[in-house]
Design a protein around this ligand. Structure first.
Ligand code: UDP
Ligand code: MG
Length: 318
């Protein structure tokens, strides 16, 4: 075991790597001395990132460089690094130095002082990001927090410090579409926010074009909320209510001879069929929601600790 692992997903970041390595090493050494590792994951970069990583790893035994077979995306590259790291405490940072490595010391202090399992960075400000990025991110986190059942913190990225047991719980979630900041919120334990100012990118430009942002947002929403599936239920309920009113009116028109021939039966068929269809859709939505939940295969619960003399022989997940 190592005291500290720093995990960094990298996609086309050759211009950042040398400075990144230097600043991470300095921050790590200042907090845990020699007992640390840096895990750089090359997410199918098309520039010289991998060659740079190999070169850096030759001169530094703390460095573990991992080359993925192609671009798997930020969250999966991060997962690969988390799978491979061995630290008791794990720090996740971006490769572009937007998350200052020097915050490691105060974050570690917060973790110890608060006896927390997760200390997550909350962006107080975001330097050097476009108004569009800021506005979409702002809207995204608020929409997410309204739609989801899990309390996902506002304006928090993946920059965070985690304990080994929190990481193990995270890695016990086998789902394919991974929205890691939401998954960390899901596992529970004591999680403490750490406000910080987000720096500008050290070099290069964002590796999140709109297409990736949209996919990311969809993974987040669908992975943590069944609100879109419930749309049919709400529409069905609304339609059933309004069809009751309509049926009352149709009956009245029929009794008062105010309808033309054929209108009554036609309207009844349309309204009733529409309501039944909505109802069936809603029913299917509920089943699909449950199927989806099963398919995610998450652990049923996560035990934080156990007290008492007689220990259980086996636990589902500890
Ligand atoms: N990244 C990655 N694979 C991708 C896209 C991004 O590993 O397909 C990495 C990237 O190298 C960086 C982190 O994910 O370390 C966050 O990306 P970026 O800084 O471009 O996002 P932004 O800060 O603009 O939201
Ligand atoms: Mg960035």
């Amino acid at each position: 075991m190592t005291a500290l692992s720093i995990v960094v997903p990298c996609f086309n970041e050759e211009a950042c790597l040398v400075v990144l390595h230097e600043r991470l090493s300095r921050a790590a050494r200042a907090t845990v001395g020699d007992d640390y590792e840096i895990v750089l994951v090359n997410d199918g970069s098309r520039d010289n990132s991998w060659a740079t990583m190999v070169q850096l790893s030759e001169g530094d035994s703390h460095l573990l460089a991992v080359n993925l077979s192609r671009n798997h995306g930020h969250q999966l590259a991060l997962t690969a690094g988390l799978d491979l790291c061995r630290g008791d405490t794990i720090l996740i940072v971006d490769a572009d130095l937007q998350d200052p490595p020097e915050l490691l010391t105060p974050m570690l202090e917060t973790m110890q002082r608060e006896a927390a399992d997760v200390v997550y960075g909350v962006r107080r400000s975001r330097a050097g990001e476009t108004a569009f990025k800021r506005a979409t991110a702002h809207g995204f986190y608020r929409l997410l927090s309204r739609a989801t059942e899990v309390d996902i913190p506002l304006d928090a990225g993946d920059f965070r410090l985690m304990s080994r047991r929190a990481l193990d719980a995270l890695l016990a979630m086998p789902e394919q579409a991974r929205f890691i900041r939401g998954m960390v919120a899901w596992i529970g334990f004591r999680q403490v926010p750490f406000p910080y100012d987000r720096a500008e990118r050290h070099a290069g430009e964002t590796k999140y074009p709109i297409s990736k942002m949209v996919r990311f947002a969809l993974d987040a929403l669908t992975g943590f909320s069944s609100a879109p599936l419930k749309l049919a239920s709400h529409a069905g309920l609304l339609l059933s209510m309004s069809s009751l009113l309509l049926i009352a009116y149709i009956a009245y028109a029929w009794v008062a001879h105010r309808s033309i021939q054929g209108w009554t039966s036609l309207m009844l068929v349309v309204v009733v069929l529409g309501a039944i269809q909505m109802f069936v859709l809603a029913l299917m939505g509920e089943y699909i929601g449950r199927l989806y939940n099963e398919a995610k295969g998450r652990p049923l619960y996560i035990v934080q600790e156990i007290a008492g003399r007689s220990r259980p022989a086996r636990l589902g997940y500890l």
